[in-house]
Design a protein around this ligand. Structure first.
Ligand code: AMP
Ligand code: GLY
Length: 422
């Protein structure tokens, strides 16, 4: 089977490396990054242009196209590739609205009876002010559009909340925000691979959204992750399939926009029960790096079965009996204004861990340099979380670049037998 992976992040590097473990699988990637290019051939196409993706797939006799990031999904690349008759992992543009529009996602959850935070859609600053006062502090204000996890402000400062709402509403035509009830409790990322009918859950993970230790500083795309969750209640995955993933997939099918690909449920385990914080229409980054490292079944079979509607025919997914931790090493200035260009040293000194590349490229001298906010994610397995953390942080200590920063508390509380509540 020959597979084209679309994207250029550490998530796509993990997809590529995991697919390469399978027998009789060949992989290419577009556009990729400096790390992915060490593993497979990469092609510098515009990945949000479906016709370019189809042309590349045809030239390389591709059997399956796997779309990693949200931007090409929302732009309809999966629709174009599927219309060309090529099996595709990833939802249609219509189904990807579950991530692309927070208001749409809320409506689907309401219609499907899926538990989530109470919310108001606001298209004026006055409405936003009223909604903030309705829910009270802490305030949760979300841009109603794709913002790569960075359009959300959670704050107890009403001025800050209102200012974010103003920027989102007035910043572009049709600007809107969703203002929500605050959800307490630990967060869980649970992925379901689906063909639009059947859903196969993956190993639950926890992501660390804030840039600094102790969940301080602004939200990011994610600064680290681990799986499995030793503190998770028994039956969590089954409950989420029953109450969240399956009803959502059924509702999307009922609407005539079936969702196939990966449905990512971002959950809060609140004192009132499990609530959905958000849906994404793709694998999460950095959770994918830990989830796929722990996977012990052929990923290519799962993705092909999603694309061809045959998930129910696959055997149950197997997981390695180990814990996995990943640490994001970020560029100077991330997330506000990441600085590119620093040379990355020590990548070859890492043993006992896997370095998935995100914002990296080769400069004219052949050095691997920083070219994005999240630069590499360093991923290690161990017999338990303590063991995995030690290996991951030892690997991190070998890698250096100017302005580099990372959290030192990824999976720390879970490794100490506590629950991490952001
Ligand atoms: P989102 O882009 O919706 O995933 O939000 C990013 C992050 O903001 C989440 O991972 C949470 O840490 C936080 N967040 C979002 N919505 C809420 C909420 N209703 N209550 C508490 N925290 C939230
Ligand atoms: N790590 C959060 C996300 O992928 O949206």
């Amino acid at each position: 089977m020959k597979i084209l992976v679309i994207g250029s992040g550490a998530r796509e590097h993990a997809l590529v490396k995991t697919l390469l473990r399978d027998a009789n699988v060949e992989v290419i990637c577009a556009p990729g990054n400096a790390g992915i290019a060490q593993d497979v051939d990469t092609f510098p196409i515009n990945a949000t242009d479906g016709t370019e993706v189809v042309a590349l797939a045809r030239e390389n006799a591709i059997d399956l196209v796997v779309i990693g990031p949200e931007a090409p999904l929302v732009a309809g690349v999966a629709d174009v590739v599927r219309a060309a008759g090529i099996p595709t992992f990833g939802p249609s543009a219509a189904a990807a609205q579950i991530e692309g529009s927070k208001a749409f996602a809320k409506q689907v959850m309401q219609d499907a009876g899926v538990p989530t935070a109470g919310a108001h859609l606001c298209t004026s600053v006055d409405q936003a002010a009223a909604a903030l006062d309705d829910f009270g502090a802490p305030y949760v204000v979300k841009d109603d559009g794709l913002a790569a996890g960075k359009g959300v402000v959670v704050t107890s400062d009403r001025e800050v909340a209102l200012e974010h709402a103003r920027v989102c509403i007035e910043g572009r035509d049709g600007g809107a925000v969703v203002i929500e009830e605050f959800l307490d409790g630990p967060e869980v990322s649970l992925f379901g691979i689906t063909d639009g009918v059947t859903v196969t859950p993956l190993s639950p993970a926890q992501d660390f959204k804030r840039v600094s230790n102790n969940d301080e500083g602004p939200n990011t795309g994610g600064m680290g992750a681990y799986t499995p969750l030793p503190w998770a209640p028994a039956g969590l995955t089954e409950e989420v399939v029953q109450r969240v993933l399956q009803p959502t997939i059924d509702e999307m099918a009922r609407r005539g926009t079936p969702f196939s690909g990966l449905l990512y449920a971002g959950l809060a385990l609140t004192s009132q029960g499990t609530r959905v914080i958000e849906f994404n229409a793709r694998f999460g980054d950095p959770e994918t790096q830990v989830v796929l490292t722990r996977l012990d079944s052929p990923l290519s079979d799962l993705l092909m079965a999603s694309a061809t509607g045959s998930l129910s025919e696959l055997p149950p997914v197997k997981w390695k009996d180990e814990s996995v931790v990943t640490i994001v090493m970020a560029a100077e200035g991330y997330p506000e204004s990441p600085v590119s260009g620093a040379v990355i040293h020590g990548l070859d000194d890492v043993v006992d861990a896997t370095v998935f590349h995100a914002g990296t490229k080769r400069n004219d001298d052949g050095d691997i340099v920083v070219s994005g906010g999240r630069v590499v994610t360093v991923t290690a397995s161990g017999t338990d979380l303590n063991d995995a953390r030690t290996r991951a942080y030892t690997a991190v200590s070998h890698i250096h670049f100017s302005g580099e920063h990372h959290r030192t508390d990824i999976a720390l509380r879970a490794a100490n037998g506590e629950v991490h509540v952001p």
